[in-house]
Design a protein around this ligand. Structure first.
Ligand code: GDP
Length: 192
């Protein structure tokens, strides 16, 4: 059974004017390129290829909005990190993110972090931004199937210490099906 059987791509926004009306509830998902964000979106929504749209040419640097259900949205933020380089227009990007942060419908952020790499610069920036706008963050420590059980537990404990009050966190593996229900339940809580 698909978790969001009616989930569908809504629109890509390059400008704030293209954002959907600030109504209902939405969750944004962010992460470094290759962290496993698309796999997480597909696993949590239960739609195997939903996030592929965000990776099509012309959309990788945009805010991609998905409609999960009526008045419920997921916003896929562009992957940051080594593959991207700085955004072509930092001011433009800053305005876009600023406008996103001011939306009343934005209830929280999921941050996908490759468990073996841990928090890197871009992740820290995102955590700082979320704190500044007062939105909760939940970290998915992804690809946890690549760690032994004891390693994964140690890493989770370390991440929780490191994140402290800034974010909650959990182990996650889209491939092995670890933590999917937990992540979905948390997201549903934000969206309800
Ligand atoms: P994105 O760039 O953050 O959207 O990441 P993707 O979801 O496209 O995944 C990047 C790479 O990591 C791909 O090669 C995936 O197959 C791999 N990957 C994603 N999730 C998992 C996982 O749960 N376990 C493992 N072992 N690999 C994963």
């Amino acid at each position: 059974m698909s978790a969001y059987p009616a989930a569908q791509f809504l629109l890509s926004a390059a400008e704030t004017i293209q954002f959907p009306a600030d109504e209902g509830a939405e969750v944004a998902i962010a992460g470094r390129s290759n962290a496993g964000k698309s796999s997480a979106i597909n696993a949590i929504t239960g739609r195997r290829a939903l996030a592929r749209t965000s990776k099509t040419p012309g959309r990788t640097r945009l805010l991609n909005f998905f409609q999960l259900a009526s008045g419920r949205r997921l916003i896929d933020l562009p992957g940051y990190g080594y593959a991207e380089g700085p955004p072509p227009d930092r001011d433009h990007w800053a305005r876009l993110i600023d406008a996103l942060g001011r939306r009343a419908s934005l209830k929280g952020l999921l941050l996908v972090v490759d468990a073996r790499r841990g928090l890197l610069g871009g992740d820290e920036q995102l955590l700082g931004w979320a704190q500044g706008i007062g939105k909760p963050v939940h970290v998915l420590l992804s690809k946890s199937d690549r760690l032994k059980r004891t390693e994964a537990q140690a890493l989770l404990a370390k991440s929780r210490l490191q994140l402290a009050q800034r974010a909650s966190s959990q182990l996650f593996s889209a491939h092995a099906g670890v933590g999917i229900d937990e992540a979905r339940a948390l997201m549903d809580g934000w969206l309800s």
